[in-house]
Design a protein around this ligand. Structure first.
Ligand code: ADP
Length: 810
């Protein structure tokens, strides 16, 4: 059922039922004619519109107002195919938008409505109209027409404007009163708040309507406020109460609320009016004693010695605990917060005489700056004993920042101080430990003679060295003069030095290795005063270093021995290698003699035979040279060389050992391989070891091919990769790394040093050597070496990567 425009609906409803039936009986034209006749006689502006909303008929009164010509189709309800909103231009431009929306909304919902707008008259002026319209429906609910009746409300509007003006004046008063004014509807729902209140709260009225008083009233006061407010609303009687309201900046101020009802002539409440005034100042003054009483209660129960004082500083209250500590009589006014006018420094005499000056300074400073402090001092207790107390004072300020009270809390830290003393003792102990640790401190004067040495210097008997020159006990002055010349120069040029290692004699004459660092000392005038620094006993370190050196030497000896034994293994094949060119030379010599015997001698052939002999001799000489290289004990040397060439040489050397064991060798040496830098003989030794190991491994095979392949290639990471593969029994995957351990061997006559030496040679070349299983059988030993260009940087990580990549691809 439509809610609005009841009058108009009643006027047409009776009609609608009959006529809707009539339409069914095809009496529509007659009905429309009747409708037009009725609308024309009604003392109102009437109209109807098609279900689409298009205005199709206006009665005579309306048409005349609008100035529609006498023969206009609107006067006769003739459908001209107008649009639903074609009539909007008849309205005042300011009302177009709203009216269009209102109308379209009604068309959508199918419900009638009531709406006011200004309509242009035939004379071109505008008057206010209130239109009411309703849908006219057939009994089956189908929309037949929109029927409207419109009243001229221009006079009302004028009156309303006058009202508005007087309301404006009232409102101005409303806003200028120095109080918060507000109103609510009879149920207490806010209807208005003056700007002053909105400004105070920093809210907008809409927000306030949504959130209610709760957002403004102090949470502690809210229950009481709500009770007082609704009591008034329900009883219909005025009320008043006091509550704290939050200001936009967050501060709460006390306000007094008064609420009064406004009644109509029948005595019904139409509005509630409220006045709220700021009573903060008065309220706070009144509150102070209450606040202090509360504070005293709290301070009395705190497990600390507490007190408060007015801004001027003289104590007015001490808690029970504090009173007892000081031994104040039970009825002393300070225990009750009664101001007896003590001076600001009245408490100072209670402090330990040594702490009084400091205590006075702290307190007077706080009173001056208004800032709290934390300070510890000794205070005399009731028994006359001094105890350490830590006191903290804080200024208590009002919301406007004015200082109200000084509040202090004091903790008895006597126990803590005792513990600290213990700590200090243990710290001293640690200092002693530090002094007995291996590092020591020293100082020398401008003459380089010791002026200070901590007790542990040079192991013991430090005092013996005081006043002696720092090199007086050195043992390596003669053996390492250069080192001492340099340090002397450093000292003379007053430069700091670091980690200078030398050996010195202990009291019993045994050597101690010392590592010293120091820096020059200058006095305020910039005058050189000597050096100061630290020393460390590095004897153990130096011994370890010497031991390492010895081991390295041992390893090198071992490597040499290994080489000799490898060469021993090769002797048979080497003998064979050498006899070959020797035998060839012999044959060539014979041939030469034979050509000499001819008549005339064949000089061309003789020359050729002699050239061959020279070649044979060179070959033999080369082999001997290489053997000598391999067995010579020379220190490792570094130079650039072609790895492929070195490997080819080796294959020649190992040639007969290989063939004797029925092994076929395949070489795949990459062309244009980057040269490597290192010790050629050592690296050849590695490859030779790998080759002989492979041959040995395959010689145990009863059946199957004995194939070895030796290859070189440029590794992806830039180094050179060398692989020696065999088709022997291979290595158990668990032992792939163990074979490199020293003395690991599976051979009855083996020593197990070969691979271990190989690995240390490759490591020394910043490369990496590893073993793997070969496909389909056998073992593969590979090593990667950085090339000469890579040598600059540490290429080991790359070798590692190459290895990992290699493992991935295998
Ligand atoms: P040795 O040859 O004196 O045993 P190595 O250090 O050269 O010492 O080798 C250690 C062990 O590694 C060998 O005893 C052998 O078990 C294993 N090994 C070395 N090379 C191969 C290979 N090509 N195939 C199978 N096992 C091998």
């Amino acid at each position: 059922m439509p809610k609005k425009g009841d009058g108009a609906k009643e006027a047409v409803f009776g009609l609608s039922v009959d006529i809707a039936e009539g339409k069914k009986a095809e009496e529509w034209p007659r009905f429309v004619a009747q409708l037009q006749a009725i609308l024309n006689v009604l003392p109102a502006y009437t109209w109807y519109a098609a279900p689409s909303g298009a205005l199709t008929f206006v009665n005579k009164r309306t048409a005349d107002y609008l100035g529609v010509p006498q023969d206009h189709p609107l006067r006769f309800g003739i459908d001209t195919g107008a649009q639903w909103d074609d009539w909007i231009p008849l309205l005042h431009p300011d009302d177009h938008e709203e009216s269009r929306q209102y109308w379209s909304n009604c068309l959508n919902t199918g419900e009638g409505g009531e709406h006011s707008y200004r309509v242009r008259s035939a004379q071109g002026d505008h008057r206010w109209f209130l239109t009411r319209f309703e849908p006219l429906r057939a009994s089956d609910g189908a929309l037949l027409l929109w029927l409207g009746a419109t009243l001229d409300i221009e006079e009302f509007k004028r009156a309303e404007d006058g009202l508005r003006e007087s309301e404006y004046k009232l409102r101005q008063i409303f806003e200028t009163v120095p109080a918060f004014l507000w109103s609510t509807d009879p149920a207490g729902e806010p209807t208005h708040m003056n700007q002053r209140l909105l400004d105070y709260s920093g809210m907008r009225f809409e927000g306030f309507k949504r959130l209610g008083w709760e957002v403004l009233v102090h949470p502690d006061d809210f229950p009481e406020t709500a009770r007082a407010f609704y009591q008034a609303i329900h009883a219909g009687t005025p009320n008043q109460w006091v509550t704290r309201l939050r200001r936009a900046d967050g501060e709460f101020r006390w306000h007094q609320f008064r609420i009064e009802p406004l009644r109509d002539q029948q005595g019904r409440i139409v509005q509630w009016y409220g006045v709220t005034v700021d009573v903060d100042e008065g309220k706070k003054a009144e509150e102070r004693p209450r606040f202090e009483a509360q504070l005293r209660t709290i301070l009395n129960v705190l497990p600390a010695l507490t007190w408060y004082a007015p801004p001027s500083g003289g104590l007015t209250f001490v808690s029970k605990r504090q009173g007892d500590f000081l031994g104040l009589p039970k009825d002393h006014p300070l225990r009750f917060g009664i101001d007896i006018g003590v001076p600001w420094d009245a408490h100072i005499p209670f402090l330990h005489p040594d702490d009084q000056e400091k205590g006075r300074k702290y307190w007077s400073n706080s009173l001056r700056t208004g800032e709290g402090y934390e300070h510890s001092y000794r205070v005399r207790d009731a028994q006359g004993n001094y105890r350490w107390l830590l006191t903290r004072t804080e200024p208590l300020r009002a919301s406007d920042g004015t200082l109200q009270l000084w509040v202090g809390a004091t903790l008895d830290i006597e126990e803590l101080m005792r513990a600290e003393e213990g700590l200090r003792e243990s710290e001293a102990k640690f200092r002693d430990y530090a002094e007995t640790a291996s590092d020591w401190f020293w100082e020398i004067g401008p003459d380089y003679k010791f002026t200070l040495l901590t007790e542990n210097a040079f192991g013991s008997y430090a005092a013996d060295r005081m006043g002696t020159g720092c090199w007086d006990h050195a043992l390596d002055l003669e053996t390492e003069p250069e080192k001492w010349r340099l340090i002397q120069a450093t000292l003379d040029s007053r430069k700091p030095f670091r980690d200078f290692v030398y050996s010195s004699a202990r009291r019993n004459g045994s050597p101690i290795y010392v590592k010293a660092s120091g820096k020059p000392v200058f006095d305020a005038e910039g005058e050189f005063r000597g050096y100061r620094g630290t020393g460390t006993d590095v004897t153990a370190l130096m011994r370890a270093q010497a031991e390492r050196e010895r081991l390295r030497q041992l390893e090198s000896d071992l490597a040499h021995m290994n080489r000799l034994s490898v060469m021993g293994e090769l002797t048979a094949s080497l003998a064979h290698e050498i006899t070959q060119p020797v035998a060839a030379a012999r044959n060539n010599a014979r041939a030469a003699m034979h050509f000499l015997d001819r008549n005339p001698p064949d000089l061309g052939e003789i020359r050729e035979a002699l050239a061959s002999i020279v070649g044979d001799a060179d070959r033999a000489g080369n082999i001997v040279d290489r053997i000598r290289d391999q067995i010579k004990k020379a220190p490792p040397r570094k130079h650039l060389f072609d790895l492929n060439e070195a490997i080819n040489e080796l294959i020649l050397l190992a040639g007969s050992a290989v063939t004797e064991n029925g092994v076929s060798v395949r070489t795949r040496l990459a062309e244009g391989l980057s040269p490597v830098e290192g010790d050629r003989v050592q690296l050849q030794q590695v490859v030779l070891n790998l080759i002989l190991n492979a041959v040995e491994a395959m010689s145990t095979l009863q059946a199957g091919p004995r194939e070895m392949s030796i290859s070189t290639e440029q590794a992806q990471t830039g180094g050179v990769l060398v692989s020696v593969r065999d088709s022997g029994p291979g290595i158990d995957p668990d032992n792939l790394d163990r074979v490199f351990e020293a003395f690991y061997t599976t051979k009855s006559s083996g020593v197990g040093m070969g691979l271990s030496i190989c690995r240390s040679i490759i490591d020394a070349h910043r490369g990496h050597l590893w073993a793997d299983t070969n496909e389909p059988r056998g073992a593969v030993f590979q090593f990667i070496l950085p090339t000469a260009e890579q040598e600059v940087t540490n290429s080991f990580p790359e070798a590692q990567q190459a290895r990992e990549r290699h493992e991935d691809t295998v």
